[in-house]
Design a protein around this ligand. Structure first.
Ligand code: GRF
Length: 223
């Protein structure tokens, strides 16, 4: 955070918008060198639109049901993004696959958050899938968006344990808590122009390495 100019974000969300809220809150508290230029939803009932409205942020619904093809829908979204002066597109629970016209309009400038540790568990209902698989950890991943589903280069991840008593809801809540921390942080790294992308490897300039390991269930044996 500093005196630099603010990066103009567009946040695209289809659902309740808790990630949007964490970004709004951190912008308002001055923790992010960012401002939300526009919030777009494809779902007229999205809580995200109400959150934007309440915060006084420019928001529109572009309803995908009113378009004949994915490309036509994306062109309408892209034109709204460009009109708002968008520099970074932040997908936060946006339940639409992004087509080539969208990708080409914002090359390496579209990011997404996914509630699992990619490349494990791409797609939908991934908290349930991680529990059913018997994984001992899951988490969340912020990644660049490419032409695939949850396949773009990874920028940051947070890890949480999975406990025997977990339900889809308890694990989702634990993961969401971390989403609300890492997504604003990644946005700040973009604002500070610290994100370096080389093929699939994404590095954050000047970040330190912290070596630690987490084991679940914990070990009780002496070292
Ligand atoms: C989050 O779990 C996110 O990882 C996924 O969709 C959910 C959106 O939640 N892509 P919210 O609308 O931000 O509360």
């Amino acid at each position: 955070m500093g005196s630099q100019k603010k990066i103009h974000l567009a946040v695209l969300a289809s659902g309740s918008g808790t990630n949007l809220q964490s970004i709004i809150d951190q912008c308002q508290q001055g923790f992010l060198d960012a401002e939300i230029a526009i919030v777009i939803s494809n779902n007229p009932d999205a809580g995200a639109l109400r959150r934007a409205e309440q915060a006084g942020i420019n928001n529109i619904c572009v309803n995908h049901r009113e378009f004949d093809s994915r490309e036509e829908f994306d062109l309408a979204v892209v034109s709204a993004l460009q009109e708002a002066g968008t520099e970074l597109v932040v997908l936060a629970g946006f339940m639409r696959i992004v087509s080539e016209v969208f990708l080409q309009a914002f090359p390496q400038r579209i990011i997404n958050i996914h509630p699992a540790l990619l490349p494990a568990f791409p797609g939908l209902h991934v908290q349930r899938k991680a529990i059913e698989y018997g994984a001992k950890f899951s988490g969340c991943t912020v990644h660049l968006v490419d032409g695939g589903v949850d396949t773009g280069p990874i920028i940051a991840q947070a890890v949480v344990p999975i406990f025997a008593a977990d339900s889809e809801d308890t694990l989702s809540a634990r993961i969401l808590g971390q989403e609300h921390k890492i997504y604003p942080q990644v946005i700040q790294w973009f604002a500070e122009e610290r994100v370096v992308i080389k093929n699939r490897q994404v590095q954050i300039k000047h970040s330190k390495n912290v070596e630690s390991a987490t084991i679940n269930p914990p070990v009780s044996t002496a070292e």
